[in-house]
Design a protein. Structure first.
Length: 240
């Protein structure tokens, strides 16, 4: 598999394209690629182009081949509604969720989160997670970059969720394999923080149409729960 890079592409990608500075730096300084080496460029909208390097340094360019749109997006459209976790855990959650095929990641603030974000600090973290999503697409072969949505409060998140609404909780839920799931509808999956949901939040989510599910008799950490349920959904009704 050729090295892959997220890069804006012209509507008619023919000829030669000057690589953005960040991409050129990674190509030459990190991967040590040089003139003649192949690479793949994708634009985040579903298209990719096979290319070959030309020149070096500030004159590094990509000679573009034919544009194509391979089907690598899952038919199952999942929004992972993840209550905030410690920064390195949240980074990992976003990365693995993208690899597993989620369509969107919705960060959620709730009462028992260990990280509090607001204002510019929240926006910087969102932009950071968006870059992680891009890097995950470069690695896994996806040509559509999933959305990382702006941070919402718990109440805003549960009220605005769409499609089938699932809440992972170790008590009071039905096993995932017994849930009535529909592959032709989007699914929103709500995952609690390290401290878990409080009683009022659980009640609010249920009033908003969330059905409680379990993944067996074990209690999963917040960084494990989301990726586990996304993988399980893909195995049950998705493209696994």
């Amino acid at each position: 598999m050729n090295p892959r890079f997220f890069c804006p592409l012209p509507d008619e990608p023919v000829g030669v394209l000057a690589l953005p500075a960040a991409v050129a730096h990674h190509v030459e300084r990190v991967l040590r690629l040089s003139a003649g080496d192949p690479l793949t460029l994708f634009d985040g909208r579903g298209f990719e182009v096979e290319a070959r390097l030309e020149g070096k340094g500030r004159d590094l360019r990509a000679v573009l081949g034919e544009r194509r749109a391979p089907l690598r997006e899952p038919a199952l459209r999942i929004t992972l509604m993840q209550c905030l976790a410690a920064s390195d855990k949240m980074d990992w959650i976003v990365q693995k969720a993208v690899e597993l095929g989620v369509a969107r990641v919705q960060p959620v603030s709730c009462r028992r989160v260990v990280v509090r974000l607001a204002g510019e600090r929240a926006q910087r973290r969102i932009e950071h997670w968006r870059q992680i999503a891009v890097a995950a697409c470069e690695q896994c072969g996806r040509n559509v970059v999933p959305e990382v949505l702006p941070l919402l409060s718990f109440e805003q998140a549960v009220a605005g969720a769409d499609g089938q609404r699932l809440l992972l909780h170790p008590e009071g839920g039905v096993p995932l394999r017994q849930a009535e799931l529909k592959a032709d509808q989007p699914i929103s999956v709500l995952i609690g923080p390290e401290g878990g949901f409080d009683h009022e939040e659980l009640q609010s989510a249920r009033r908003s149409g969330f059905a409680a599910l379990t993944l067996g008799p074990r209690v999963l950490r917040t960084e494990s729960a989301g990726v586990a349920v996304v993988a399980a959904l893909n195995a049950l009704i998705g493209d696994f």
